[in-house]
Design a protein around this ligand. Structure first.
Ligand code: NAI
Length: 332
């Protein structure tokens, strides 16, 4: 099959391309994020391979269907950028990479937590400038603290195991607790209850209509003043303005995020020396109690190889007409 890769970066050429070519597929790349103009590049392709910021609404999906594109391969776990109902209506199947490496994301959430708590990023900057003072670098022991997890799917479970290893009490909220998530040492409760009781909060739910701004001004009134909130799920799961207000009012201790609700035009681009054109993002990244990374939680060698395997697997199932674990819509 001929697959066009949108938002292609050098690592996609290095890892994804050889895997697809070895499986007998033809592959083209564009570095551009999918938009109205470059949608036409998909003409003549059987499938397109998209990433988290390639937005596919009903109109774009219909244009793809008109060009006889039959399959979307989303090289990510999250699929909130694709209107799945519209894909079904347009007769386009959608497959994603459901479980390429939950460890990659959970471990990055822990990296953010440790950096935010012990101010590692600030210490590094200071030491570069010859400042070896400890002022402002005070953190707390994770051992003996309470970690609240929102979403106990694959990534949430990995994060829970790591927190248990640190000697934390682990609380969790999930409206549809997966069977394998009922693990020893994890106590389930309501969102408000875990929010109120936790020193550490980590978000691992998908972005859905029900989770958009799940973390809002009301919920933030329940936080412990020193609590650290980690977000490696999706930016729009939190109301960023409400987070900044809570930090300013001393209702939250710190926020570390790998994602941002309007990341589409900034993340994965080199904007150094340019105006970001987003006052909210500027406020966020300049806040002394905030740490932002550029949607890199998935970015490990193992995860990239896992994503490539998932794409090859879905193409094989597509060709064979068999159901694959990666498909989120039924084959039309
Ligand atoms: P998963 O599907 O295994 O687990 C998601 C869990 O969230 C499920 O147990 C589900 O019941 C739960 N959930 C649904 N609605 C909820 C709500 N309202 N409140 C609390 N929990 C809720 O997904 P997985 O693989 O653990 O990934 C989670 C999310 O992480 C993805 O949807 C994606 O948005 C994000 N992600 C971020 C990456 C990054 O690089 N920053 C990479 C991979 C995933």
């Amino acid at each position: 099959m001929h697959v066009l890769v949108y938002s292609s970066r050098p690592h996609d050429r290095e890892v994804l391309e050889p895997a697809l070519v070895a499986a007998g597929h033809q592959i083209s790349h564009t570095e551009a994020t999918l938009d109205e103009l470059n949608l036409a590049l998909a003409q003549g392709c059987d499938a397109i391979c998209t990433f988290v910021n390639d937005e596919l609404d009903a109109a774009r999906l219909q244009r793809l269907a008109d060009m006889r594109v039959r399959l979307i391969l989303q090289r990510a776990a999250g699929i909130d950028n694709i209107d799945l109902d519209a894909a079904r209506r347009s007769g386009i199947a959608v497959a994603h990479a459901p479980a390429y490496s939950p460890h990659a994301v959970a471990e990055h959430a822990v990296a953010l937590l440790l950096s935010l708590n012990r101010h590692v990023h600030i210490a590094w900057q200071r030491v570069q400038q010859g400042n070896f003072l400890l002022d402002g670098l005070l953190g707390f022991d994770l051992h003996g603290k309470t970690a609240g997890i929102v979403g106990m799917g694959r990534i949430g479970q990995c994060f829970a195991r790591i927190m248990l290893g640190f000697g934390c009490r682990v609380l969790a909220f999930d409206p549809g607790i997966p069977e394998d998530a009922r693990m020893p040492g994890v106590e389930y409760d309501t969102l408000d209850a875990i929010w109120h009781a936790s020193d550490i909060l980590s978000l691992h739910c998908p972005l859905l209509p029900a989770t958009r701004h799940l973390v809002d001004a009301r919920l933030l009134t329940q936080s412990r003043p020193h609590a650290l909130l980690i977000n490696t799920s999706r930016g729009a799961v939190v109301d960023t303005r409400a987070i900044l207000d809570a930090l300013g009012a001393g209702r939250l201790g710190g926020y570390a995020a790998d994602v941002y609700e309007s990341e589409r035009n900034v993340f994965f681009h080199d904007c150094s020396g340019k105006e970001l054109g987003d006052a909210l993002l500027c406020d966020l990244i300049r806040h002394p109690n905030v740490l932002v990374t550029p949607h890199q939680a998935f970015f490990t060698r193992e995860a990239l190889q896992g994503i490539a395997r998932a794409m090859v697997d879905s193409l094989a199932h597509w060709a064979a007409g068999t159901p694959g674990t990666g498909f989120v819509t039924a084959r039309p």
